[in-house]
Design a protein around this ligand. Structure first.
Ligand code: HEM
Length: 222
């Protein structure tokens, strides 16, 4: 594999020459990092998603997965939230197995805030599953852990230093391809406390009601 000259946020690699639909030779690019990292540009966060600013950056850590139908597992995870000045964040997640490091789940998506305190998250998974999640984003004083009641209604809950930010999302719809495992509902709860992120994910899958699948704690690394 050849790597083109790389700068922060741009890592284009190509493997070989391929042939396009017209029979012409073309370079086959693997733009794995590009989708998310290209959004890391030197610009101000769009005011509509100011509350989501606490998420922007790269986070790494470990998680634990379980479900009644599978063997429990531990994993390493890296997540990047990025923006390009438009009213949305991009989301790129990848995981690997603990202890042997082989790749596990990966997913990509977007977050936006259609109105103050409301968040939408669109997630695409390589297993033939696509989620449209909706919910709330609230700021709580990290000492009281109660949702803030002093938020400015014109801007939504304030993401101030020292506060905890809570995203509570549930799937408005889950689409599955014909070959995908049956998943009918997902909930995601993401808690940001300074440089620490904790999340929990439940899913209704394999004929079961909403049941815990994942929890992880990540730390902001950049
Ligand atoms: C950190 C992210 C995730 C990791 C590391 C992870 C890992 C795993 C592993 C190791 C398995 C068992 C082996 C397998 O069947 O492939 C599994 C099963 C499964 N996961 Fe996840 N997963 C993640 C996220 C998700 C999400 C977001 C969904 C759906 C919303 C999901 C849905 C499923 C389903 C449906 C199964 C199959 C259960 C069965 O066959 O009985 N996973 N996952």
């Amino acid at each position: 594999m050849t790597a083109l000259p790389s700068r922060r946020g741009l890592d284009i690699r190509y493997t070989s020459l391929g042939v396009d639909q017209f029979g012409s030779k073309v370079k086959v690019f693997l733009s794995y990092r590009l989708a998310c990292d290209a959004l890391v540009v030197n610009t101000t966060l769009h005011p509509d998603i100011a509350t989501l600013g606490a998420l922007v950056g790269t986070w790494t850590g470990q998680g634990h997965g379980e479900y009644p139908t599978i063997t429990s597992f531990d994993y390493e995870e890296t997540v990047t939230f990025a923006h390009m000045g438009k009213p949305f964040l991009s989301y790129l997640q990848r995981t690997s197995s603990v202890p042997d490091g082989h790749p596990l789940h990966i997913e990509v998506g977007y977050l936006r805030m259609p109105s103050p305190g409301i968040v939408e998250m669109i997630v695409s998974q390589p297993t033939g599953i696509a989620e449209v999640d909706e919910g709330t984003i609230t700021a709580a004083d990290s000492t009281s852990a109660e949702p803030s009641t002093s938020a400015d209604p014109s801007t939504g809950p304030a993401a101030t230093i020292g506060s905890t930010l809570v995203l509570d999302l549930h799937s408005a719809s889950v689409a599955t391809s014909t070959s995908a495992k049956p998943v009918t509902q997902v909930t995601r709860r993401i808690v940001i406390d300074g440089d620490v992120m904790h999340y929990e994910l439940k899913m209704a899958a394999m004929g079961l009601d909403l049941t815990h699948h994942l929890s992880a704690t990540l730390h902001k690394v950049e």
